[in-house]
Design a protein around this ligand. Structure first.
Ligand code: FAD
Length: 410
């Protein structure tokens, strides 16, 4: 039985900037989001609670569809495409409130945070109307088919080919590390239309229907015992021209421009979730006699204080980037600073959390057991945070080249 079946979903009612050029009052808006989450988030979704039980995919999809109906998804997307027609400022407020609650990550974050903005930037009107509402309503979950066995950091080296035949493109090749491909309806596919020597110039984007004949998906088990990762094989897959996104060559350049903003603003909730995790850890430690003694020692006091400083830096950074974008300022490569700092700081924290919790009292009880489960997951998932969306080394290279403009060895 769907946990949300029959749920009456009260909509939020901020005045719309598209309708009357008047943003909602921030305090009221924030309060309405907080109240909605408190009233509607199922108890077993919260992994800081002893009632936690991993939600099923169906439960998550139903909850995310309910969030959209209530106005908590597509906040800054135009109303014509199912969005709320508000601004990035309101999107930040929603992200802060979502981050402050221990709830699962979206199962359609690729659709909402990557495919959606790219579609808005490069797609035709017909494609926008066809794809965007379906993402927000959770009818279509998207995956991202960029990385290949020989092309991760260096995407310009990818070899999956797209050859035009009349009104269709014929796709052949292999993708890897495609998160959630097995449960996706569409794949944002990056494929080569020119030669490998063309590098970035010969690349194009497609919205591939994952039910197309010739697609084979293999799931890969990762260290956190999940099977979200996939290999996706394309064997003479026919994609209609109406599902090609943007003009080949130009589509990629437009997508990259969008991605530089997205890198700085997607998953903005992460800094507030990081704070939620720290607060959870401290609360659990305070309630356990052994852990509470450890917290009193200078070693852990220092490390926890440093974590608080990391979190405050990250939150302030997100606020400053949102303010800059709202003022219309270009943000360039600044997203790399955030990605680098967040992933490194969050990994350090996950080590600290595990190190503390393994020292808990022998008969620690359900709250500590639950925290151990949560923070083991945070630790294992954290191993990937310095890899996906551009590795630490790639972010450092971008900062050196594009922000500092340092010389290169000839
Ligand atoms: C959890 C997770 C989810 C992912 N989900 C997706 C997804 O949904 N879709 C998708 O397309 N991809 C996905 N990826 C793949 C991810 O984008 C790549 O793993 C990443 O881009 C790195 O590529 P690679 O694994 O091929 O490593 P490589 O590019 O081979 O890099 C190997 C090592 O060499 C270093 N290196 C490479 N180039 C340089 C350089 N120029 N300078 C300095 N050091 C360098 C790297 O930092 C790294 O340490 C995911 C990865 C992870 C871990």
């Amino acid at each position: 039985m769907n946990a949300l079946a029959g749920l009456a979903v009260p909509p939020l009612s901020p005045s719309s900037r598209e309708d009357d050029c008047c943003p909602p009052r921030e305090d009221d808006y924030r309060h309405s989001i907080r109240s909605w989450l408190k009233a509607n988030l199922p108890a077993h979704f919260r992994n800081d609670s002893t009632a936690y039980r991993a939600p099923t995919l169906k439960e998550q999809q139903a909850f995310e569809a309910a969030m959209h109906k209530a106005g908590l998804a597509g906040v800054a997307w135009p109303r014509a495409y199912g969005g709320q027609g508000l601004t990035l400022r309101e999107h930040l407020v929603v992200s802060q409130e979502i981050g402050a609650v221990a709830m699962p990550e979206s199962v359609n974050s690729i659709g909402k945070e990557l495919a959606g903005p790219i579609i808005q930037a490069v797609a035709t009107e017909e494609q926008k109307l066809r794809f965007l509402p379906a993402i927000l309503e959770m009818r279509d979950t998207w995956c991202q088919g960029f990385s290949e066995p020989g092309a991760g950091s260096d995407l310009a080296g990818l070899r999956t080919r797209a050859v035009r035949e009349g009104d269709e493109w014929v796709i052949n090749g292999q993708k890897i590390w495609t998160s959630g491909a097995y449960r996706s309806q569409r794949c944002l596919l990056l494929a080569r239309t020119g030669t490998v020597e063309d590098r970035h110039r010969g690349l194009a984007l497609f919205a591939v229907d994952m039910k197309s004949p010739g697609i084979r998906v293999n799931r890969i088990r990762s260290i956190d015992d999940k099977e979200s990762f996939c290999e996706v094989f394309f064997d003479d897959v026919r994609v209609p021209q109406v599902d090609a996104l943007g003009v080949p060559d130009e589509g990629w350049a437009a997508a990259v421009r969008v991605l530089s903003i997205e890198r700085a603003t997607n998953r903005m909730h992460r800094s507030w979730r990081f704070e939620n995790e720290l607060n959870h850890l401290i609360a659990v430690c305070r309630a356990d006699p052994v852990l509470s003694d450890l917290l009193a020692g200078s070693h852990y006091r220092r490390r926890i204080a440093a974590t608080v400083a990391d979190i405050e830096v990250l939150k302030a950074y997100v606020e400053s980037v949102v303010a800059a974008i709202c003022r219309g300022e270009p943000i360039g490569a600044r997203g790399s600073l955030y990605k680098l700092y967040w992933s490194e700081a969050h990994q350090r924290f996950s080590v600290l959390a595990r190190e503390l919790l393994v020292q808990a009292s022998v008969d620690a009880g359900p709250a500590v057991e639950n925290a151990i489960t949560r923070f083991n997951g945070v630790y294992l998932a954290g191993r990937a945070e310095t890899i996906y969306a551009g590795t630490t080394e790639i972010q450092l290279g971008i900062i050196a080249d594009r922000i500092l403009e340092l010389p290169r060895v000839k």
